[in-house]
Design a protein around this ligand. Structure first.
Ligand code: ZN
Length: 201
C-alpha cells in the first residue's frame, strides 16, 4: 500500500481530478495542490462555478447540445440560418465546428454512431429527433459532419437513406478530414475547409 500524504478529503479530490480527461494521477496531484495554495483566487470561485453549472446544465430538447437553457442558445439565436442543420456525433464536435466559425447555422447532436457490433442501433441515437425536425419543415439542407470512421460513415449512410423522400438536400464533409480522424482533434482551418467543400451524398 502506498503511503497516504494527505487527509481523505484531499485524497478524494485528487482521485476525482485524475478522472478528468487530460489529467492523470500526477497532474491531478499538482492541480489539487495548486487549488489549495490558491484557495481564494481559484479554489473558491471554481467550486462555486462547478456548483452553479451542475445545477443549471441542461441537454437541449431540440438539438441535443448542452447549455444552461432549453432550447439552447444556438437553437434560439435568430441570426442563425435555421434552414441548415449540421449533424454531429457529439457535443465536442459541435463546439469544434463553432470554434471554426465557418457557418452560422444550427446543429443536431446524435449522441454517438451506429455500431451493430456494440449493439448501438438507430433507436439509441437521436435520429428520430432529426427526422422530426426535418418533417416539421423549414430545413433545406443537412450537412452530415460525422467522424471519418467506419461507424461514422455507416451512420451517414443510414441518415441519408432516412432523408431520401423528405425533400432535403443531404451533404457531407469532403476534403480535410483524415480517414480514422476525430473532428474534435482537427484544427480550425481543416474543419472550415472540410465544411466549405462538402459534397452531395
Ligand atoms: Zn439546441
Amino acid at each position: 500500500m502506498s503511503k497516504r500524504i494527505a487527509g481523505p478529503e484531499i485524497e478524494r479530490l485528487i482521485q476525482l481530478l485524475a478522472k478528468v480527461p487530460g489529467l492523470g494521477p500526477r497532474s491531478a496531484r499538482r492541480a489539487a495542490l495548486h487549488l489549495i495554495k490558491k484557495k481564494e483566487q481559484l479554489f473558491e470561485p471554481l467550486s462555486a462555478a462547478m456548483n452553479e453549472a451542475l445545477e443549471k446544465v441542461r441537454v437541449c430538447s431540440v438539438c441535443g447540445n448542452v447549455d444552461t437553457a432549453d432550447p439552447c442558445s444556438i437553437c434560439t439565436d435568430p441570426r442563425r440560418d435555421a434552414g441548415t442543420l449540421i449533424v454531429v456525433e457529439d457535443v465536442a464536435d459541435l463546439w469544434a465546428l463553432e470554434r471554426a466559425a465557418a457557418m452560422n447555422v444550427r446543429y443536431h447532436v446524435l449522441g454517438g454512431t451506429l455500431s451493430p457490433l456494440d449493439g448501438v442501433g438507430p433507436e439509441d441515437l437521436n435520429i428520430a429527433g432529426l427526422i422530426n425536425r426535418v418533417a416539421e419543415g423549414g430545413v433545406g439542407e443537412i450537412i452530415i459532419a460525422v467522424n471519418a470512421t467506419v461507424e461514422g460513415q455507416t451512420t451517414a449512410h443510414y441518415i441519408t437513406d432516412q432523408m431520401a423522400d423528405m425533400g432535403v438536400k443531404v451533404t457531407r464533409l469532403a476534403h480535410g478530414v483524415p480517414v480514422g480522424g476525430e473532428l474534435d482533434y482537427l484544427d480550425e482551418g481543416t474543419l472550415a475547409a472540410a465544411l466549405k467543400s462538402r459534397t452531395v451524398f
